[in-house]
Structures are given as C-alpha cells and as structure tokens.
Design a protein. Structure first.
Length: 119
C-alpha cells in the first residue's frame, strides 16, 4: 500500500504562483490530476519513477513544472502564471505498473488539495 500525503494549495490571484507537494511512502511514478466542480478529473502532468521523463497537459505547458526529490520520495508541482480556470482540487496519484495520462493507470491517490485562483 502506497501512502500519499499532499500539501500546499490555497488561494492566489491570477498571475500568481503556488507549489504543491506530494510525499510518497516509496519511490514510484507519480502524476497530478485536477477536478473542478461539475467536471471530470483531468490529467495535469506526470513524472516517471526516475524523474527522467515528464508529460504535461497542453493547458499547463510552459506554466507548470513537475519535479521530484528521490531522497525524500516527494514530488513537487510548481504552478506559475495561474489562471482562474486552474481552480480545482488537485490530486497526486501513484502508478505502480504503468504511468500514463489515464486515471485508470494510477492505483493510489492523495486526499486532494484545493487551489483557487481569483480574477
């Protein structure tokens, strides 16, 4: 059983920045998803177990950066130039077997953290 603990999030004005963290109980491929009210949970970004490969949703490319500290088994999501449409609950997720943009490939999920961007 992989444990995921998220931190960060909060309220920020449009154009501002926030950083999310997700600490895992082991080194594993991880991704971030988000869900706005009334919407499906959508893929944001993933990073492989080694950190050697990442994949971003088009909506966040150039604004969000994922990184990891393998000594701490922690993944970070730096979010810059935030827009009101980035408002959502953000979830980190862990993939044991195969990492992808698909929710079904992630076996473990964090509790979610709210990100609110005001205009």
């Amino acid at each position: 059983q992989v444990q995921l603990v998220e931190s960060g999030g909060g309220l920020v004005q449009a154009g501002g920045s926030l950083r999310l963290s997700c600490a895992a109980s082991e080194r594993i491929g991880m991704g971030w998803f988000r869900q706005a009210p009334g919407n499906e949970r959508e893929f944001v970004v993933y990073i492989t177990r080694s950190g050697g490969s990442t994949n971003y949703a088009d909506s966040v490319k150039g604004r969000f950066t994922i990184s990891r500290d393998n000594a701490k088994n922690t993944v970070y999501l730096q979010m810059n130039s935030l827009k009101p449409e980035d408002t959502a609950v953000y979830y980190c997720a862990a993939a044991l077997r195969r990492i992808s943009t698909m929710r079904a490939d992630y076996e473990y999920w964090g509790q979610g953290t709210q990100v609110t961007v005001s205009s």
